[in-house]
Design a binder for this molecule. Sequence first.
Ligand code: R7I
Ligand code: MG
Ligand code: MG
Length: 349
Amino acid sequence: AAPVMLSRFRGALVGSVLGDCIGGEFEGAVDVPLDRVLQHLSALDDDTRGEGILQYSDDTAMMRCVAESLLTRMPFDEHDMARRFAKEFNFAPGRGYGSGVIQVLRKLASPHLKDVFQPAQVQFGGRGSFGNGGAMRAAPFALAFRSRADVCKYSRLGAMLTHSCSLGYNGAALQALAVHLSLQGALALPKEFINKLISEMEEMEKDETAQHDAKALNLSEFPYCSRLHRVKELMDRNSVSIEEVISELGNGIAALQSVPTAIFCVLHCLEPRAGLPEKFRGLERTIAYSLALGGDTDTIACMAGAIAGAHYGIDSIPQSWQKSCEGVEEADDLARRLYDLYCLPQSEE
Ligand code: R7I
Ligand code: MG
Ligand code: MG
């Protein structure tokens, strides 16, 4: 039976934290043999290993700030969200933040700052960051808003606090939309799921700024759409190697090289896959597969984990995995509170 909505909400945020914590092991690795991934995952079942829990990184730290800000300041308060990012960074700066975003977070801490979007705008020579830091924390927007238009609008604004390049904030919107559709059960029809994402991104990438950024960065005219078309082509194939996925979609720290990749991981793992244990259910397969790609594994697994968790629900996530990761209970609590908010009538704009 399809999971109920509350289970999907909890699955989304817990799946996101698990991907971050479990994926941290291989972040930046070039070659990750599947054997090593499976070894890492089976250690999670071993109560006696005594290694303590796996810690979350910036991905989860910032996702929590987003969720808390949305819960207290609906629909969106940029000052509140910026303050939470800055405070969290100041409290725990060693969570593995991107090297550029650190400068933004320091500026956001200043009490004299009037325009909270300004620090992001001066990054990377004035074009802004195209990193995946906006996308990695985007899942709560899908839990806070019912309409697709609001999910898009606010996930983009939330990303712009640190990522002012259109590739950065459009990647965040793509991730939030994927979680939104997954919460609605849209992954039951994978082809329609990817087609909906493509048509949403077509609208977003028509935008003048998006066109300008794509040109300046030497990308195709509709960068996310063209990646999503590649996702669709890979979906149609009977067998796809890890090398092909990396060369077609990427596994890097740029949003363009990781959000479509995370979406592919979810789609590819809707069915059992050779090389992955038969006892694995969908979310376990998705996280395992994301890790095997190497590269920005914590973030790709975090994004794939959110989309997959929204599809399969909390009950599909092994207890042993949940117990092995820092911040799972807090994420579960945030998801429940966002669900309560979601159930209240929302004003239509
Ligand atoms: O995007 P961001 O928050 O980083 C997120 C990543 C995730 O993998 C986390 O798990 C964590 O490890 O970091 O941070 P940014 O510093 O904005 O961007 C990340 C990196 O992308 C930068 O340090 C740059 O190396 C690169 N980058 C760019 N390089 C050149 N020109 C981002 N934007 C640009 C750019 O415009
Ligand atoms: Mg991280
Ligand atoms: Mg990362």
